[in-house]
Design a protein around this ligand. Structure first.
Ligand code: NDP
Length: 246
């Protein structure tokens, strides 16, 4: 068995009160990292942090606000130490076909899924550069690679994350900061629970491994990219979709 040891490292995981983000936080915690649990409501984040483990701490932060991000990062650094691992996971959908998408739907999705990562990365990079070490993992989506009917705003935000990741990876590789994306396929969380049974069955048909994804499937990929096992990997998009898109 290969043990991943993140002892002494601090991780900041946005959107980690439930779903994929929570599984990522739990995996990083199991590897020994001190994890900042982040969600819009501080009390919920604190409650989740207590459940995750005694090293974890919760922080309320709406990632659509640059000021809130700055405050939460500062509070997390004060409590847990400098951020070594940043995971931009918080994400939302507001699905509709293009002609029915409102400007508000567009902005809400782009702000939470893409603009937030621009802010968090700028804020953590300075410290990471100084320490000549850092890992950033951005949670994109298979839809960012393929596009999807009814998800133009979401797909644009997730494709944007991939371009952002590649550029930042090139800019800061020489300073020891590695930046990658994970692109999940269909993972069972609150985000996907509303899908009608027929659509679910049709989706399943197209998944080579014959099952929907679990949050842990994504968390394992993030853990790998945050670890020493991935020291020679940057600017990449690791697809975790059970062979949905091959
Ligand atoms: P969930 O809807 O289950 O959870 C979303 C998380 O994001 C929650 O912890 C929520 O916390 C947080 N969040 C939402 N908006 C904000 C905000 N404005 N500020 C701070 N936190 C916020 O989503 P998933 O776990 O399914 O998805 C996680 C990521 O994975 C997303 O980026 C999603 O796009 C991506 N993804 C998911 C797939 C899937 O099939 N599920 C497939 C591909 C990608 P709270 O409500 O406490 O604020």
């Amino acid at each position: 068995m290969i043990a991943i040891d993140l002892g002494g490292k601090t991780a900041f995981v946005t959107g980690s009160t439930r779903g994929i983000g929570r599984a990522i936080a739990e995996a990083l915690d199991r590897a020994g990292a001190k994890v900042a649990i982040v969600g819009r409501d501080g009390a919920t984040a604190a409650e989740v942090a207590r459940a995750v483990g005694e090293r974890a701490a919760g922080f309320g932060c709406d990632v659509t606000s640059a000021a809130a991000i700055e405050a939460a990062l500062a509070a997390a650094e004060q409590r847990l130490g400098p951020i070594d691992i940043l995971v931009n996971n918080a994400g939302v959908t507001r699905d509709n076909i293009l002609l029915r998408l409102t400007e508000e739907d567009w902005d809400a999705v782009l702000d939470a899924n893409l603009r937030a990562a621009f802010h968090t990365m700028r804020l953590v990079l300075k410290g990471m550069m100084k320490r000549r070490s850092g890992r950033i993992v951005n949670i994109s989506s298979i839809v960012g690679l393929t596009g999807n009917k009814g998800q133009a705003n979401y797909a644009a935000s997730k494709a944007g994350l991939i371009g952002l990741t590649k550029s930042v990876a090139k800019e800061y590789a020489s300073r020891g900061v590695l930046v990658n994306c994970v692109a999940p396929g269909f993972i069972e969380t609150d985000m996907t629970r509303g899908l009608p049974e027929a659509a679910r069955a049709a989706l399943l048909e197209g998944i080579a491994l014959g099952r929907l994804g679990r949050p842990d499937d994504v968390a394992d990929a993030v853990l790998f990219l945050a670890s020493d096992l991935a020291s020679y990997i940057t600017g990449q998009t690791l697809v975790v979709d059970g062979g949905m898109v091959i």
